[in-house]
Ligand binder design. Structure first.
Ligand SMILES: *Cc1c(COP(=O)(O)O)cnc(C)c1O
Length: 384
């Protein structure tokens, strides 16, 4: 069975030796560390990791090893997780709506960076958050939103003030003695840098409206992962576009930049290995994982189409690609991948379907619905 082995060469090696009956998320730490360095070296500012996209301890640990020194946290659980695993790292509490008890928890934990998108929530922060902690100023960043462009999923529909409201919040933050900064999130999986350009120009307008210079500008997450074959994201040109737009908009007055990638950092370091339970009358493919498991976000974000189909011996199926309807294992009709997947015509029961780039919003949203979802973790050297 090869069970004394803890690191496999690649998914095919793992499949050959383990024949996993339950879905497996194969993690390549070297891929994660390379990606982290790409962000640290290329982004013109501080890189913080959005913990919600994959809060696995191995992920946090490898990011810290690679040099990540900041985290975007959204709940007391995430605040404490990072406090424990990376005690020297910055924690930005960027969930704009918080219960009073959550604010109390965060103040006690020493949080010094907050976001906000409403007057009522800013009043709650004013009432509970000191303007300085151990001689260090406390930062509050109004979060604004614009009609979406370039993202596959609209983040502005839940959070984000209008530019006018953001200006007013920024003015109140500065007048009250906190460090005034601004933040936005352009939406997830933005393959086109245009998504950042308009946000950055409007950030400048907000500063002008408020008559306040923002100390920092957090350009959010939204950095794309490699989801569609042949369309490898070009992070370097996104970073360059962000830097140029900030210089154009702000000139010498440019705020320090921060970003908070989730997907862009962690997704490509994982591949999900699901097994074919049956091919119903030669047509529909049933997998042992689906939208209640590690593939939860596919109906919202679209299929992961970097797929390999391997036999139990780990050899690739090479039949002609044909569109197939693919279902997950539960008895719920919703448990279906969107549209059709291109799969080799010789796919058969017992084969393994490897979805590459599956590290974000997969482990965290996996459920045990209907008794499925026993997702296990494994480590691989790489994916080829
Ligand atoms: C979810 C989230 C992120 C990460 O978004 P990605 O699209 O995964 O990069 C960053 N910042 C905030 C405030 C978020 O809520």
């Amino acid at each position: 069975m090869g069970q004394d082995k803890t690191v496999w060469d690649n998914p095919a090696d793992l499949i050959r030796q383990m024949q996993p009956e339950h879905p497996v998320l194969a993690f390549a730490p070297t891929v994660l560390q390379d990606k982290a360095r790409q962000f640290i070296d290329g982004f013109p500012g501080l890189v913080t990791y959005a913990v919600k996209s994959n809060p696995g301890e191995a992920v946090i640990q490898n990011l810290v090893t690679a040099g990540i020194t900041g985290f975007d946290v959204a709940s007391p659980y995430e605040i404490d997780l990072i406090g424990k695993m990376a005690p020297r790292a910055a924690r930005h509490y960027h969930n704009p709506v918080r219960a009073t008890a959550e604010i109390t928890h965060a103040v006690a934990a020493g949080i010094t960076s907050w976001s906000v998108d409403s007057q009522s929530e800013l009043d709650k922060l004013f009432a509970q958050v000191p303007t300085a902690v151990a001689d260090q100023g406390v930062e509050i960043s109004p979060r604004f939103s614009l009609p979406v462009m370039g993202a596959v999923y609209d983040f502005g529909s839940k959070f984000g003030a209008t530019p006018e409201l953001a200006a007013e919040l920024l003015r109140r933050v500065a007048a009250r003695g906190y460090i005034p900064s601004l933040t936005f999130h352009p939406g997830t999986q933005c393959v086109d840098p245009i998504a950042w350009e308009s946000y950055i120009s409007v950030a400048r307008e907000i500063c002008d409206m408020a008559g306040v210079r923002a100390r920092r500008l957090n350009v959010g997450g939204g950095f794309p992962s490699y989801r569609v074959s042949g369309v490898e994201p070009d992070l370097a040109s996104i970073f360059a576009e962000i830097r140029d737009t900030v210089n154009e908009a702000f000139g010498d007055d440019a705020p320090d930049l921060v970003c908070e990638p989730g997907r862009g950092l962690c997704a490509d370091a994982f591949s999900l290995i699901a097994r074919v339970k049956g091919v119903r009358d030669g047509s529909h493919v049933f997998l042992n994982d689906g939208v209640y498991g590690g593939l939860a976000e596919l109906p919202i974000v679209g299929n992961l189409d970097r797929i390999d189909v391997l036999t139990p011996q780990g050899t690739p199926r090479d039949g002609e690609l044909t569109g197939r309807i693919v279902f997950g294992p539960t008895c719920d009709s919703v448990d279906r991948l969107p549209g059709e997947l291109s799969l080799p015509s010789d796919i058969a029961e017992g084969d393994f379907v490897v979805f590459h780039g599956a590290g974000a919003y997969s482990t965290v949203t996996n459920t045990r619905f209907n008794g499925f979802g026993l997702l296990t973790n494994a480590t691989v050297m790489g994916f080829d």
